[in-house]
Design a binder for this molecule. Structure first.
Ligand code: MF3
Ligand code: CO
Length: 267
């Protein structure tokens, strides 16, 4: 069942989604070799609570943290922990917030120092694929148009592996609503999109094979071949002619550029 949002609900969702971007930007300021992902998670949670919101992921189906922090071969749902980041790591930070009755959901992948050109390329292509999907997110198009755009860009134009097991999703009063938004599929297939639908589009793209496995913690998804994976996510509202991106990378990209420990030389 799809819950279409009214204009005032969309504005509330924009506030939640914008706050996610600001929380990820706060985390971005702290990323450097030697910092633990557990510390980043706590800083993110504090920021969210200081802004009158709660972290959507904490206790969701038993997930124990505010953020999912996935380093290198971890694709998504990585547990923040006591391990220190090191030069050359890539780290995906996925955050959700719940405020005024609505969730926002967004994710961004950072490079600690220089992970090498191949990995920077993966990050660039994954982020670009998110925007390819967003371009298709207009009323009258079908969900498969988004899926195809992402898959085609990552797998056909570049030879990266698009993860099949996890998908984007509708969101609103619930973190996960219909429809599912796969990052692979056929053009013209799936549900026809209408104004007021809000979806999270979140390509998860591997440098090597598309296959993944679940770590012993029951949550962390890792690449089968141990190569790195990137993940970017926006909360997007379907409108006529042009998608309305409710979340924003603006603060994140400023923090990324200003933090000398992060590579942003892939722009
Ligand atoms: N962005 C992810 C998703 O929407 C994060 C969910 S993590 C969970 O699926 F812990 F909340 F499950
Ligand atoms: Co999501």
């Amino acid at each position: 069942m799809i819950y279409y949002k009214t204009q005032s609900e969309i504005e509330l969702m924009r506030q939640s989604a914008r706050l996610v971007g600001k929380a990820i930007a706060e985390i971005a300021k702290l990323i450097k070799p030697g910092v633990t992902t557990g510390k980043l998670d706590l800083a993110g949670e504090e920021f969210i609570r200081d802004h009158g919101a709660s972290p959507s992921f904490k206790n969701y189906k038993g997930y124990p943290y505010a953020a999912c922090i996935s380093v290198n071969d971890a694709v998504v749902h990585g547990f923040p922990n006591g391990n220190e980041l090191k030069e050359g790591d890539i780290i995906s930070v996925d955050v959700g917030v719940f405020k005024n009755g609505f969730h926002g959901d967004s994710a961004y992948t950072f490079a600690v120092g220089d992970p090498g050109d191949e990995v920077l390329k993966l990050m660039k292509v994954t982020k670009e694929s998110l925007y390819k999907g967003i371009e298709k997110s207009v009323s009258g198009n079908r969900v498969g148009d988004i899926s195809f755009a992402i898959q085609h860009y990552c797998e056909k134009e570049y030879k990266f592996g698009v993860v099949r097991e996890l998908v984007g999703h509708g969101l609103g009063k619930h973190l996960h609503e219909d429809p599912q938004v796969p990052n692979y599929g056929r053009r013209g297939s799936g549900l026809k999109m209408k104004e007021g639908m809000v979806i999270a589009i979140e390509p998860m793209v591997n440098l090597g094979v598309k296959e993944v496995w679940y770590d012993d913690d029951g949550w962390t998804v890792r690449t089968k071949d141990g190569k790195v994976s990137a993940h970017y996510e926006h909360t997007v509202c379907i409108q006529k002619g042009r998608a309305d991106v409710l979340s924003s990378f603006e603060d994140i990209e400023i923090a990324e550029k200003q933090n000398p420990e992060l590579s942003s030389n892939y722009y």
